[in-house]
Design a protein around this ligand. Structure first.
Ligand SMILES: NC(=O)c1ccc[n+]([C@@H]2O[C@H](COP(=O)([O-])OP(=O)(O)OC[C@H]3O[C@@H](n4cnc5c(N)ncnc54)[C@H](O)[C@@H]3O)[C@@H](O)[C@H]2O)c1
Length: 234
């Protein structure tokens, strides 16, 4: 049985993956939360801190890392203080994890990226290109969030070229714990990701042999804005 480290295991997606992948994999969880009841092998740890990660990697023979570290939604241009937290959460965590993966010979990274790396081409959940937005389209984002996620994808490429670490970057559409009708956005009809699809493709991402794959992770909703052909090939 493969051992999978889920970073950000206490979050919305993390809790679903812990439950959904727990029968197939030996799950290790880490998060900055004080406790995470769903994960037996839990480490309270800041993934952007190289030293805090060491006990996790030295104690377990990890086969794959899923990086889900995230914070609440921010305005396109955050405050100075929030910017620093975002750099730690999205960029530094990815770099530190990749360094530990190199040092401990871990082969696979699954990066929770975002559709916002190309949100300049999307309006209300519709593509503005007159066709679906493809992973091959030059990424332009309206937000620092999208730019940092793109940079995190770039770091994964650096570690693939130099150390052979494989990455699947999943540019997630919209996933919520529940879809409250009072708070529902029309956009989500097109951008939504169902739990079943999410579990299926995270598992495929763990298993596939690749260099760097970039996929939009969204369900097959009518008029969805993104091209999922690379996802289907996982
Ligand atoms: N949910 C979505 O619709 C969606 C869409 C696109 C991308 N994503 C990305 O997927 C990832 C997971 O999303 P989510 O909805 O579960 O987010 P979430 O905010 O519910 O969970 C993120 C988790 O990461 C933890 N975390 C934050 N900083 C950390 C650090 N330095 N070290 C370790 N853990 C840390 C948080 O405590 C939290 O438990 C995020 O990176 C997010 O940007 C989510």
């Amino acid at each position: 049985m493969k051992t999978v480290l889920i970073v950000g295991c206490h979050g919305v997606i993390g809790r679903q993956l812990v439950g959904g992948l727990g029968l197939k994999y030996n799950i290790i969880g880490c998060d900055i939360a004080d406790a995470c009841e769903d994960v037996e092998q839990y480490y309270k740890c800041d993934a952007s801190d190289f030293d805090q990660l060491e006990p996790v990697f030295s104690k377990h023979k990890i086969d794959a890392v899923i990086n889900l570290s995230g914070i609440k939604e921010m305005p396109c241009i955050p405050t100075l203080d929030d910017y620093k937290v975002m750099v730690d959460t999205y960029l530094n965590s990815t770099f530190m994890l990749l360094m530990k993966m190199r040092d401990h010979n871990v082969k696979k990274m699954v990066l929770a990226s975002t559709n916002h790396v190309t949100d300049r081409y999307e309006e209300d959940g519709y593509s503005t290109l007159g066709r679906e937005i493809s992973p091959l389209d030059y990424p332009i984002s309206k937000s620092v969030y999208g730019t940092l996620k793109l940079a995190a994808e770039g770091l994964c490429r650096n570690f693939n070229i130099n150390y052979g670490i494989q990455t699947v970057a999943l540019r997630i559409g919209t996933y919520r714990e529940s879809y409250d009708p009072d708070d529902y956005q029309d956009r989500w009809d097109r951008t939504r990701l169902d739990t079943e699809d999410m579990l299926l493709y995270f598992e495929k991402a763990i298993e596939v042999e690749c260099e760097v794959e970039v996929c939009y992770l969204v369900s097959e909703n009518k008029d969805k804005p993104w091209d999922t052909s690379t996802l289907k090939k996982l």
